[in-house]
Design a protein around this ligand. Structure first.
Ligand code: P6P
Length: 335
């Protein structure tokens, strides 16, 4: 029997049909996100060949300037978002200030876009999975008005959509628009993202803990106690926890989203407010976590309820299965 294949574009159209008032603006935006992801995937997959094709900063055999992959990813997503005509401004980890599209349709577009275009790019040289993380909001300013940083200072609960692309053993685009989390795997033979993980649900009882234990001495006491709790066998419950840490946010979070577990990046001495960024790393991942039945907190409050003060602010970040989030919050509260 021929298996029905649902491409990302077909899925977007089907989802739009479920919203009678939908105009298709978001569908067009997401379509261009998919195009950008395919373009970045193409370059990421040949990263190891850069030495053959020419060093970064020099011309390659095609006479093109060699670019650092994260700069390439940043430019590629910005160009596709501009081409969609559905986005008026972009906040990117690669750029200190927001990028405002002043041309034509973009000025009146109702969406703004936050992204880490290539998170974990230091892992490229050792062939570890990396990712793009993104978040979509409605602008606060009126169409045609000047767009500013104020448009971006919105709580995570205001997100219209959030997602990530993981460039790994296969390339997947995972996103939510508030109706569950769906995963699409890129089929290179047809150049399409195909629905492979419908309605992802995170196991409520996780067994994986993901944290860089190299910073153990600098961790808050509650985190130290949680790690000890995971390491110590309990005659009654056995508690068969296992440690998994890749050091690439998208890879660590994606694994735990599917298998259950907790990802922890607390405040440390070198990062007193945590290392990860609220607007384009933690909020999108928190929206996805909650839509998949998991949780995301800064140790004291829900990530999605944090009132942002600046567009690049950092936050301690704990996300994953409910049993492990509840347990670490208990240790943090009682230490
Ligand atoms: P550490 C990658 O540099 C990154 O921003 C995230 O992808 C990852 O979760 C984190 O930093 C890893 O940080 O300090 O453990 O190397």
């Amino acid at each position: 029997m021929i298996q029905k294949v649902t491409t990302l574009n077909q899925f977007i159209i089907e989802q739009q049909a479920a919203f009678p008032n939908a105009t298709g603006d978001f569908s067009r935006l997401l379509h261009h996100v998919g195009i950008a992801a395919k373009k970045v995937n193409r370059e990421v997959n040949k990263a190891g060949l850069v030495d053959i094709l020419g060093q970064a900063g020099t011309e390659n055999v095609q006479g093109e300037d060699q670019q650092k992959l994260d700069v390439y990813a940043d430019m590629t997503f910005i160009n596709e978002l501009r081409a969609s005509g559905e986005c008026c401004a972009v906040l990117s980890e690669e750029n200190q200030d927001i990028i405002v599209f002043k041309d034509g349709m973009c000025r009146n577009a109702k969406y703004i876009f936050c992204m880490d275009p290539l998170d974990g790019s230091s892992n490229i040289d050792v062939n570890v999975s990396i990712g793009t993380i993104f978040s979509v909001y409605r602008r606060k300013s009126a169409p045609g008005e000047e767009v500013g940083q104020q448009d971006f200072l919105q709580k995570g609960v205001e997100q219209v959509a959030a997602g990530y692309v993981i460039y790994g053993s296969s390339t997947m685009l995972v996103y939510t628009a508030g109706n569950g989390v769906n995963g699409f795997t890129l089929d290179p033979s047809i150049g399409e993202f195909c629905l492979s993980h419908p309605l992802i649900s995170t196991p409520s009882q996780g067994k994986i803990y993901s944290v860089n234990e190299g910073y153990y001495v600098n961790f808050p006491d509650g985190v130290k106690k949680f790690i000890k709790y995971c390491q110590e066998k309990d005659e009654e419950t056995k508690r068969p926890f296992t440690s998994r840490y890749i050091g690439s946010l998208v890879a660590d979070v994606h694994r735990n989203l599917l298998k259950g577990g907790i990802f922890i990046y607390p405040q440390t001495s070198s990062h007193p407010n945590g290392k990860l960024r609220l607007m384009y790393e933690c909020n999108p991942m928190a929206f996805i976590a909650e839509q998949a039945g998991g949780m995301a907190t800064n140790g004291k409050m829900r990530i999605l309820d944090i009132e942002p003060e600046n567009i690049h602010q950092r936050t301690p970040f704990y996300t994953g299965s409910k049993n492990m989030i509840d347990k670490i919050c208990w240790f943090l509260k009682n230490s």
